[in-house]
Design a protein around this ligand. Structure first.
Ligand code: NAD
Length: 264
């Protein structure tokens, strides 16, 4: 296969359906010659992910619940057996009780705080450690975050706190693995209508607000994120690590509502 990712093999975690950000990234990587493996959680998603992977000629699809170390170990044992080594991973996974993704952050329960941090933050560290053990210099890792880590966004609540911790993890992991020539970065994506996003209160309003007030006066697509992921996962970004790269039509630079934006 020819292309920027020719000869490179990587794991994509977090495809739920064809709207998933992970799927947009997978398509961009496959178009540049990467060989991909996919992980999913639950039988329901297996039925969705297998045909998507097959549609781009990638047969390797494996289960993994990132809340369970044994499940992560089993995934990497299988990858070790199939490939022996890996060049990159994409972690596009987050979870929180959707009843707490509306209303006040202060109402977060201890149980949901733990669960959200475990699935949305610790899982990247757990996966990164196993992946690094299979990587050579030039290996790359990518996770997905959101502006709610930096500023208060309506309804994002405990997920914003988790994303702040995830972004800090990216910096610590970049230091841990940098001496081995392995790079770790994050994309802070603007809002995109996906399964996970549908759990966030007033999501349509948030999308519309971004469309009216971002410098590009639009929202971003899975394709926009896919192209930037290609840069961060490929040798094009060889000098970049520990970075949180915004792919949000510029929304994060704006200080107030655009003057041409109507009241909504
Ligand atoms: P999505 O629903 O398509 O993907 C979320 C994935 O997380 C699903 O595939 C789901 O199966 C997986 N997941 C949840 N719990 C899991 C577990 N225990 N083990 C393994 N997998 C598990 O939604 P998405 O919007 O594509 O989300 C991908 C990432 O992008 C998330 O980290 C999300 O926070 C982030 N993000 C999304 C947006 C947005 O607006 N959609 C913006 C910025 C960042």
């Amino acid at each position: 296969r020819a292309g920027l990712m020719a000869g490179k093999r990587g794991l994509i975690m977090g495809v739920a359906n064809d709207k998933s950000i992970a799927w947009g990234i997978a398509q961009a990587l496959a178009a540049e010659g990467a060989t991909l493996a996919f992980s999913y959680v639950g039988e329901q998603l297996q039925k969705r992910v297998e045909p998507l992977a097959a549609s781009i000629g990638m047969p390797l699809v494996m289960p993994c619940d990132v809340g369970d170390d044994a499940s992560i170990d089993a995934l990497f044992a299988q990858l070790q057996q199939e490939w022996g080594a890996i060049d990159f991973i994409v972690h596009a996974i987050g979870f929180s009780d959707k009843d707490q993704l509306r209303g006040r952050y202060a109402a977060t329960t201890r149980d949901n705080f733990r669960l959200t941090m475990d699935i949305s933050v610790y899982s990247f560290t757990a996966v990164a450690a196993r992946a690094a053990a299979m990587m050579s210099p030039g290996g790359t890792m990518l996770t997905l975050t959101y502006y709610g880590a930096e500023r208060v966004m309506p309804h994002y609540n405990v997920m914003g706190v988790a994303k702040a911790a995830l972004e800090a993890s990216v910096r610590y992991l970049a230091e841990d693995f940098g001496r081995d020539g392995i790079r770790v970065n994050a994309i802070s994506a603007g809002p995109i209508k996906t399964l996970a996003a549908s759990g966030i209160g007033d999501f349509r309003y948030i999308l519309r607000w971004n469309e009216l007030n971002s410098p590009l006066r639009r929202t971003v697509t899975q394709g926009d994120v896919g192209k930037s992921a290609l840069y961060l996962l490929s040798d094009l970004s060889s000098g970049v690590t520990g970075e949180v790269h915004h792919v949000d039509a510029g929304y994060h630079v704006v200080g107030m509502k655009a003057v041409d934006s109507p009241d909504i």
